[in-house]
Ligand binder design. Structure first.
Ligand code: IVH
Length: 723
C-alpha cells in the first residue's frame, strides 16, 4: 500500500494487455495464432478482474474497453481494393536463408534479384485511397479485407498529403497507398506525462496509443495525438488495367517520395542475402536510438515481376517478403524475494522483487509473476538467479530460473495460507488459479475497495485520491465506502494539509457524487464479477437497489447479459449483513440508489439468439455482443436447438461441431455485420407474403413494449462483404 496502483498490478495488467494484443496481432496481422481460444479468454478475464480491482489501470486502449459506446465499434466498415497482407517471420539468419532457398526453388532468380530492406515499424497498418491524387478515404487494416473508415482521423496527420504532388511517377487514377501510422517515443512519453498530470489513464505502449488515437470517433481527439506516418506500398484497383511504371520496391519508394509521402529514410537496397544480413546486424544497434519502436526488418524481393511469380500463401502472406524479428531484451539478475499484493477482491497477486538490473537502457526492479501455478511451473525461488525479459515498452517478466546442478536453493515457493495484510486464512476456488483473502474487513481490501469506489467510472469523487483515502483510513475517519459521506469540514480541517478551500472542494466533490445513480454505485461497491456493464444492466432492469439485493439468482440471470457467476456473486454478497449495512448508510447519506428503468433495445435481431465462438478477425467478443444486443439480439454461451446463428472466428472449438450437428447456420464476422439488412428484408418479405404491413418477427420475439435505450450503434456497410 505504498504507491497508488501497486507496480506489480500495473505490470501484470500491462503484460496481460501485451499478451492479448500480441495474440490479436498474431491473429490479425501475422495470421499465426499461437494461443487457443480458451487461453485468450483466460488472459482477458484476468485483465478484466485486475482492472476491476485497480480501476486506474483501465486505460482506454485496454482490450477490455472495446465495448458498447466505445468509438471503435461505431466506425463504418470499408472494403480494401485487395486484401492487406501480413508477413511471415524469420528469427535467425538461418531462417532467413531458408526463406530465400524456398523462394529460389520457385524462381531461381530471387537470389540475385536484390532485396529492399525496411525497418518494421511497430504501429498500425492503414490504407489511404487516392483518386486522381486526392485523398478520399483512409482505413485501418481490420481483418485484411474489411477495415474501419478513419478518414477524418487520418486527415489530422499532417504528414499525410491530402493531395499528392505530381512529378516523377505518374499518379494513377485510383490507388491505395499503404503504410504504418505510429507514435514517436518522445511524443508518447510527453503525452503520457501530460495525461498522468491531468489524472487521466496512461497508455501501455506507443502502438496501443497510436491505434487508440486512430480509432477515435472524434477527429478532434486524434488531432491532439502526436501521430506520424510512413508509406511503403501501393495497391491499384485490380479491376482496372492501370499499371505503375515502376519495376521494383525501391523504385516504388522513390515514387512515393516524389508524390510527397513520407518514406522511411533507413529503407535501403541490398544486392543479396549477405547484404541483407549485414543490414540486419547493423540495424540491431541503430534501432534503439530511433524515436519510434521498430520490431524488426522487413525484407522484400525487389522486382515486382517476381512478386507475381512467387505469389501469396493462403491469400495472406506473400512469399516475396518476410519480417526479420529481433530477440527480446534479456538480462540475468537475482530474485530477491516474492511479495504479495492483496487487491480489492481479495486476490493475492505475487510479484518479483529483483536485484536492480539494466535491460535495454531501463533499470528493472520489479517483475510480474502471474499466480502461484506460474511460479511453481517455472520453479522460481527466492535467491535464484533468474532471466528477466523486457520487450519494448512492456513491463518485465521473469522467464526462468538459472539453476546449476548441486547449487543450494531456497524452498519451493508456496503462496501464504494466510492473507499477508490481515492474517485471515486464504481461500482457493477450485476453478481458478488465484487465491483469495475472504475477509471483507481486510485492510488491504478496504483500501483498494475505497480507491475503486471513488474512481472515475464509479462514483468519480473529485478531490478524493489514494493519498487522502490512506490518510482517512489511518486517522480512523472512514472504515467503509459509506463513511466517505459522513466526513465533516471540522474533521478535515483538523488534518494536516487541509485548508478551508481544499476541505470545501472535497466536501463538494463528495456531495456531487451522490447523484451518479444506481449503476455507478453498484459498480462502485466492487462486488466480484459485477463490472460496469453488468451493473448497468442490473440497474436498468431492476431500477432500485433493494430490488437487486432481494432478487434471486434466477431473477438476475433472466436479465439479458447477466451470467450465473455474476448473479451468484451478487446474491452471495447481498446475504452479508455488513454489506447491507453499508447500503443502508449510503441511503441515509442521500446517495441516489435508483436508476430509470428500461429494457434492451429492439431491432433487426430481435428474437434471434447468437453464439460466438473463436477469435473474430476485427471485433472483440464484447464488441460483437454489443453489436448484436444493440439490435435486439441475444448472445448466449452454448449452442442449442434454439440458437439462430453461430458466429465463428478463428480457433473455433466444439461449438462449431455442435452447430453442424444441429444444422445451425454458421456465419463469419463479416456476415454478421451484413446481417441486419438481410434479416430486415426477410421480415418485410414475410410480412408482405402474409398480407401484413408490419414485419413479422420470429416467434421467440420479446415482449412488445420496449423503451429503446439509444439509437443502435452503426449499421455495417453491406457492401463491405463482397469478398
Ligand atoms: S509490408 C507484404 N513494410 O507489419 C505486405 N509492413 O506483419 C505487408 N509493417 O501489416 C506489409 N513496417 O502493419 C511492410 N516497412 C514495412 C512495415 C510493415 C511495419 C507492418 C504492417 C503489416 C505488418 C505485417
Amino acid at each position: 500500500m505504498t504507491s497508488p496502483v501497486p507496480p506489480e498490478a500495473a505490470a501484470r495488467a500491462a503484460e496481460l494487455r501485451e499478451q492479448i494484443e500480441h495474440a490479436n496481432h498474431e491473429y490479425y496481422v501475422l495470421d499465426a495464432p499461437s494461443r487457443s481460444d480458451r487461453e485468450w479468454d483466460r488472459l482477458f478475464q484476468e485483465l478484466k478482474r485486475l482492472e476491476e480491482e485497480h480501476p486506474a489501470l483501465r486505460t482506454p486502449d485496454s482490450p477490455t474497453q472495446r465495448v458498447g459506446a466505445e468509438p471503435a465499434s461505431r466506425l463504418e466498415k470499408t472494403a480494401h481494393l485487395a486484401p492487406m497482407l501480413s508477413l511471415d517471420n524469420a528469427f535467425s539468419p538461418e531462417e532467413l536463408r531458408g526463406w530465400e532457398q524456398r523462394n529460389a526453388r520457385m524462381a531461381a532468380e530471387v537470389a540475385t534479384a536484390g532485396y529492399d530492406v525496411e525497418p518494421k515499424i511497430d504501429g498500425l497498418a492503414i490504407a489511404l485511397t487516392y483518386e486522381d491524387g486526392v485523398l478520399v478515404r483512409g482505413a485501418t487494416r481490420g481483418n485484411g479485407t474489411i477495415g474501419e473508415d478513419v478518414t477524418r482521423n487520418l486527415r489530422t496527420i499532417r504528414e499525410i498529403p491530402l493531395r499528392l504532388r505530381h512529378g516523377g511517377v505518374r499518379v494513377p487514377a485510383r490507388m491505395e497507398v499503404r503504410g504504418e501510422v505510429y507514435m514517436p517515443l518522445s511524443g508518447f512519453s510527453a503525452m503520457n506525462a501530460h495525461r498522468a498530470a491531468e489524472g487521466q489513464s496512461t497508455f501501455a505502449n506507443p502502438r496501443n496509443a497510436a491505434a487508440g488515437a486512430v480509432r477515435q470517433l472524434d477527429p478532434g481527439v486524434t488531432a491532439t495525438r502526436p501521430l506520424r506516418f510512413f508509406a511503403y506500398a501501393v495497391q491499384l484497383d485490380p479491376r482496372s488495367t492501370d499499371r505503375l511504371p515502376v519495376q521494383t520496391q525501391s523504385e516504388l519508394l522513390d515514387g512515393l517520395r516524389g508524390w510527397g509521402l513520407p518514406v522511411n529514410e533507413l529503407a535501403a537496397h541490398r544486392d543479396d542475402l549477405d547484404g541483407v544480413l549485414e543490414y540486419v546486424a547493423e540495424f540491431e544497434s541503430t534501432r534503439g536510438t530511433l524515436d519510434y519502436e521498430v520490431d524488426g526488418v522487413v525484407v522484400k524481393v525487389e522486382p515486382f515481376r517476381l512478386h507475381e511469380e512467387l505469389g501469396v500463401v493462403g491469400g495472406r502472406e506473400p512469399r516475396w517478403a518476410t519480417a526479420y524479428k529481433y530477440a527480446p531484451d534479456l538480462a540475468e539478475t537475482t530474485l530477491n524475494s516474492i511479495e504479495i499484493n492483496v487487491g480489492r477482491t481479495g486476490a493475492l497477486n505475487p510479484f518479483a522483487v529483483l536485484e536492480p538490473v539494466e535491460i535495454g537502457g531501463v533499470v528493472v526492479k520489479l517483475a510480474t509473476l502471474h499466480n502461484e501455478e506460474d511460479i511453481q511451473r517455472k520453479d522460481l525461488r527466492a535467491g535464484d538467479r533468474v532471466i528477466v525479459k523486457r520487450a519494448g515498452e512492456v513491463i518485465p517478466q521473469v522467464v526462468a530460473a538459472v539453476v546449476t546442478e548441486g547449487q543450494p536453493r531456497g524452498e519451493p515457493y508456496k503462496l501464504p495460507d494466510h492473507c499477508p495484510a490481515c492474517g485471515t486464512p486464504v481461500e482457493r476456488p477450485d476453478d481458478e488459479a488465484m487465491v483469495y483473502c475472504p475477509n471483507s474487513a481486510c485492510p488491504a481490501r478496504i483500501y483498494w475497495g475505497l480507491v475503486h469506489f471513488v474512481t472515475r467510472s464509479a462514483m468519480d469523487i473529485r478531490g478524493l485520491g489514494e493519498e487522502r483515502i490512506r490518510l482517512f483510513l489511518e486517522q480512523g475517519l472512514i472504515r467503509d465506502v459509506a463513511d466517505v459521506y459522513a466526513l465533516t469540514g471540522e474533521q478535515l480541517l483538523a488534518l494536516e494539509g487541509f485548508k478551508e478551500k481544499s476541505a470545501r472542494n472535497l466536501l463538494d466533490g463528495i456531495a456531487e457524487s451522490k447523484e451518479r445513480g444506481l449503476a455507478r454505485v453498484l459498480f462502485g461497491l466492487g462486488v466480484r464479477h459485477v463490472g460496469q456493464h453488468a451493473a448497468e444492466l442490473l440497474a436498468r432492469h431492476f431500477g432500485d437497489i433493494d430490488r437487486i439485493l432481494n432478487a434471486s439468482v434466477d431473477e438476475m440471470v433472466a436479465v439479458h447479459g447477466i451470467g450465473r457467476t455474476t448473479a451468484e456473486a451478487l446474491h452471495g454478497w447481498a446475504q452479508h449483513e455488513s454489506n447491507l449495512a453499508v447500503v443502508r448508510k449510503l441511503r441515509e447519506a442521500g446517495v441516489v440508489l435508483t436508476e430509470e428503468r428500461g429494457e434492451a433495445p429492439s431491432g433487426d435481431f430481435t428474437g434471434y439468439t447468437f453464439v460466438i465462438t473463436g477469435t473474430l478477425p476485427t471485433l472483440t467478443r464484447d464488441e460483437a455482443t454489443e453489436f448484436i444486443e444493440a439490435r435486439g439480439g441475444r448472445v448466449t454461451g452454448s449452442v442449442t436447438k434454439k440458437t439462430s446463428f453461430l458466429v465463428v472466428g478463428e480457433d473455433a472449438g466444439s461449438k462449431a461441431a455442435k452447430a453442424q450437428e444441429l444444422s445451425i447456420p454458421q456465419i463469419s464476422e463479416a456476415e454478421l455485420l451484413a446481417l441486419p439488412p438481410v434479416l430486415a428484408a426477410k421480415a418485410a418479405e414475410a410480412a408482405a407474403a402474409a398480407g401484413l404491413s408490419e414485419p413479422v418477427k420470429p416467434k421467440r420475439a420479446k415482449k412488445a413494449k420496449r423503451v429503446p435505450a439509444e439509437e443502435p450503434a452503426e449499421a455495417a456497410a453491406p457492401d463491405a462483404t463482397e469478398s
